[in-house]
Design a protein around this ligand. Structure first.
Ligand code: FA5
Length: 344
């Protein structure tokens, strides 16, 4: 009996300390379970009580009940105090809440990858003295084909399947090379222009081909323009665009009716040292068609080929954008997918 009363006294002291030390509702709940729970310290004393004689039980029983009631009261009072403190802290925080400090911000847009790359291109070429020219997307057969040395029966017309308008002689331009003729007709040499914009081809769409894409055209006409001027310009441009001074170029013969000689330029892959999926494990990426402007084209533009020479080049601008940002599907470039556009 004496042992049980000593235990009750110790229990009251321990529980009171533990309850007082709890500084959160979660901690207090743990203490409650520890003392008043089904397997708690109060329940642990029950076997001692049952072992007592009937007479001792008359004294010890009420002492046990009293102990339980006191612990419950301590617990309830502490719980109320903790709730009050939490509420008071919340109230104090909200009292000085400045409702004008937060405003709903408008959704921020970002530049399209085409805009980013077009800016790099125009910055580069305008620094070299080129001017930016524009040309119509709805074009005449003359500017898109004939003036570029591609007469109606020329097999090169098959390479650029065309969207024709219902009005005879009008089409959606298949290449930005139409700007060459417009610029020659408007200016006198020296002429240095670049132009970027949409072109259209009647082609099936897949991840790397579309019926609508963008090209970058460039042209320089003066006395004594040579193939080395073209190659040096292209090398410097590719190094700037790919942001890699070590980019090397490789020249291959290429056929375009409006240049003679015609070349194609490949750049060493800036993404790998031993071959990757971008360069199809060849270490080279096909970049641009170019060459010295054909005398017939100069004549069609009203420029004397005996006196002047020029170079011209044409990039798939869409391909440059895909290469620069690692975009694997061309269709994303004119899709309204916000998750894609937000990255730029
Ligand atoms: C031309 O269009 C010539 N006008 C380029 C040129 C200009 C050569 C000046 C010489 C002097 P080509 O048809 O190869 O060339 O097209 C140029 C680039 O457009 C290709 O290298 C490719 O990157 C891109 N291209 C062609 N077809 C598609 C297509 N369906 N979808 C996406 N890009 C395409």
């Amino acid at each position: 009996m004496k042992t049980l009363l000593t235990h009750i006294e110790a229990l009251l002291k321990d529980s009171s300390n533990a309850i007082e030390k709890s500084d959160s509702l979660e901690q207090l709940e743990q203490v409650r379970v520890q003392f008043l729970g089904r397997k708690g310290k109060v329940a642990d004393l029950m076997p001692l009580l049952s072992a007592l004689s009937l007479e001792d039980k008359r004294t010890a029983g009420p002492a046990m009940n009293e102990c339980k009631t006191v612990i419950e009261k301590l617990f309830d009072s502490k719980k109320q105090r903790l709730i009050d403190t939490t509420l008071a802290a919340k109230e104090a925080a909200s009292k000085y809440f400045d409702v004008t400090a937060y405003t709903a911000r408008p959704h921020e847009g970002s530049l399209h990858p085409y805009t980013h790359v077009t800016k790099i291109i125009t910055d580069f070429f305008t620094q070299l003295g080129f001017q930016v020219a524009d040309g119509p997307e709805v074009e005449t057969e003359f500017y898109n084909f004939e003036a570029l040395n591609i007469p109606a029966d020329h097999p090169a017309r098959d390479m650029q399947d065309t969207f024709w308008l219902k009005i005879p002689g009008l089409l959606m331009r298949t290449q930005t090379s139409n700007v060459q003729i417009h610029s020659m007709k408007k200016n006198t040499p020296p002429i240095a222009v670049i132009s970027t914009g949409r072109v259209y081809r009647n082609e099936a769409t897949d991840a790397s081909h579309d019926c609508q894409f963008q090209q970058l055209e460039g042209m320089f006409i003066d006395k004594n323009v040579s193939l080395s001027n073209l190659i040096a310009t292209m090398k410097l441009f590719l190094q700037t665009l790919l942001d890699d001074k070590n980019v090397k170029i490789r020249i291959r013969p290429g056929f375009f009716p409006f240049v003679e000689p015609g070349i194609e330029i490949d750049a060493s892959c800036p993404f790998c040292t031993a071959g990757c999926s971008t360069c199809k494990h060849t270490r080279w990426i096909e970049m641009v068609g170019a060459g010295l402007i054909h005398p017939n084209v100069l004549k069609a533009g009203g420029i004397n080929p005996e006196k002047y020479r020029g170079f011209a080049f044409g990039f798939g601008l869409t391909r440059l954008v895909m290469l620069k940002y690692g975009i694997s599907d061309i269709r994303l470039l004119h899709s309204p997918t916000v998750e894609f556009l937000k990255q730029f």
